[in-house]
Write a new protein. Structure first.
Length: 546
């Protein structure tokens, strides 16, 4: 194996692996500061914050010869025998000079800057900058310019060009560019061509200082009040890994979480700004029973037993399993209705599809299928129904003839009008209709029992994306008072002891259903691919569908 020497420490790395000095240093626990480099973008080498000393060791004699000048670590490939020095006095001086230069023109408006608290310029100044400012230029404010989807604070920009490269290489839209020359260089857009694409929010994450502001988040929270939780975007079937950032159970922003197997470093705007429904005042927050005329508010303490009783009395049952349910919840609901009626029909809930997949030049795809877990729910249904999956379109015909007496309808849709009138009409003759959803809808208006459901950030569970990649997360915010997450209710109704334990359910699933087998072991933060495992271990189990 090739060996490089970083600050006197030997780093072995696989032959053929492409590493630069920043990445190699990180492997041995040394941080090299940088602004313009990003692992997902081409190398610009413009900020010079990553300067290091570099040289080579002669394999035969062991003699080390260093280059006379400092080199940018981001653009220095590490090969066998390369020697990198990141902590010498020469390097420290260079970093301090870069910091001083950047701060010459950078306004000191940190008290009103959104980036304060997570700003690399701030952090590096304290770590690598010099104590005193030698220049007497003291800019305090920044010009602000609307460039489309985001706000540009022109004078805060350090010209790292990450946002420009992102628009060229990842979104492929090239709206942002550098205009003027020398000390007058600025980021801007061409007149009449604002920054407007479905990935534009990522430029705010990429900006190492506060030059690009997210219009949605601007001046809403100081970042040090935010707590971040691992989450999964439920906006489409891509299932991007995200951070859910909240303060006191209120989500303030969603950010991409690096996952090389799903979304790399990016998320789309659709997913990024999809959280407001979680805090919408119109959400259902009170379980209710609709008797002949009156609507009665119910208490969660006695409700599970009452629901069980009504299910037993309803005759033939059916359950609509929403593609917004986690696999654990879908499994528990299927177990519950099949426990009451072993012949109960399991139906896949409506799968919202809007337009076509949106593909970007680097391969990032926003799915047309706007739900997070169709694949997972399908596998659960297939297991209970010997491979047969009933889609929601076939549901009204199943209800004809009045053989089905009771239906449990799980929703979780982010909009109120997610079901067509014609399908609603088919539900009117039922003896029992239990609807669990986020918002009032045409179906909940008919429900015998209207139960409030939890939003994506309020529940534990796992989702399987369009590529059979399973990811598990825990809740990030508590649901509104009066809401009980689906998994908790099913767990209680099944008479399981203690609190709802999604991990225990996933283990059960892994033991019972070959598709989920690999999820029985530890699931890493980036998730696991179920199909790869299944193809390798259980080829005969695939393809049972009708
Ligand atoms: Fe290397 Fe900017 S990170 S020059």
């Amino acid at each position: 194996m090739p060996i490089a020497i970083i600050d006197g420490r030997e780093l072995e790395f696989p032959a053929g692996e492409r590493l630069n000095a920043i990445q190699a240093a990180e492997r041995v626990g040394i941080q090299v500061p940088y602004y313009c480099w990003h692992p997902g973008l081409t190398v610009a080498g413009s900020c010079r914050m990553c300067l290091v000393e570099a040289g080579t060791r002669n394999a035969a004699t062991g003699e080390i010869s260093m280059m006379p000048k400092l080199v940018p670590g981001c653009n220095t490939p590490v090969r066998d025998g390369v020697v990198i020095v990141t902590q010498s006095e020469k390097v420290q001086q260079a970093r301090a000079m870069v910091e001083e230069d950047l701060l010459l023109r950078h306004p000191i408006d940190c008290p009103i800057c959104d980036k304060a608290g997570e700003c690399l310029l701030q952090d590096y100044h304290f770590k690598y900058g010099q104590d005193e400012r030698r220049a007497d230029i003291r800019p305090f404010t920044s010009r602000r310019r609307d460039v489309g989807d985001v706000t540009l604070f022109v004078d805060r920009c350090i010209l790292c060009s990450r946002c420009v490269r992102f628009c060229r290489e990842i979104s492929g839209t090239s709206e942002l560019t550098v205009v003027h020359r020398g000390a007058h260089e600025e980021i801007d857009v061409a007149p009449g061509f604002p920054l407007h694409n479905n990935l534009s929010g990522n430029v705010v994450d990429l900006c190492p200082v506060g030059a690009l502001g997210d219009k949605d988040f601007l001046y809403r929270q100081r970042v040090w009040y935010l707590k971040r939780h691992q989450g999964i975007c439920t906006g489409c079937a891509t299932g991007c890994s995200i951070w859910v950032e909240e303060n006191q159970d209120r989500i303030h922003r969603l950010k991409p979480r690096e996952n090389p197997q799903v979304n790399q470093w990016w998320i789309c705007n659709e997913g990024r700004y999809s959280y407001p429904h979680v805090h919408n005042d119109r959400r259902l927050a009170q379980p209710r029973r609709r008797d002949t005329q009156a609507v009665v508010d119910l208490d969660w303490t006695t409700l599970p037993a009452e629901l069980l009783q009504r299910l037993r009395e309803a005759g033939r049952l059916a359950a609509v399993l929403s593609p917004y349910l986690s696999v654990e919840e879908a499994y528990l609901l299927a177990t519950l209705v099949r426990g009451v009626d072993p012949e109960a029909r399991l139906i896949l809930g409506p799968v919202p599809v809007i337009g076509e997949d949106e593909r970007f030049p680097n391969g990032f795809t926003v799915s047309a299928e706007k739900c997070p877990n169709r694949r997972g729910v399908e596998e659960i249904i297939a297991r209970f129904q010997s491979g047969r999956i009933t889609t929601f379109d076939a549901f009204p015909s199943q209800l004809k003839g009045g053989r089905i007496g009771g239906v449990w309808f799980s929703g979780g849709y982010k909009k109120e009008n997610w079901i067509e009138d014609e399908k609603v009409r088919s539900l009117t003759a039922l003896k029992l209709l239990v609807v669990q959803d986020l918002f009032p809808s045409a179906v909940s208006a008919l429900a015998t029992y209207e139960l409030p459901g939890a939003a994506f950030a309020e529940r534990d569970g796992s989702y399987v994306n369009r590529n059979d990649h399973l990811q598990s997360v825990r809740w990030a915010v508590r649901p509104p008072y009066g809401v009980r997450p689906e998994g908790t209710l099913y767990w209680e109704m099944l008479g399981r002891p203690g609190l709802y334990n999604a991990r225990a359910v996933l283990n059960e699933l892994a033991a019972e259903i070959p598709y989920f087998h690999v999820a029985g072991g530890p699931v890493p933060d980036v998730g696991v691919n179920l199909k790869v495992n299944l193809l390798a271990e259980q080829p005969e189990e695939i393809g049972v569908r009708s």
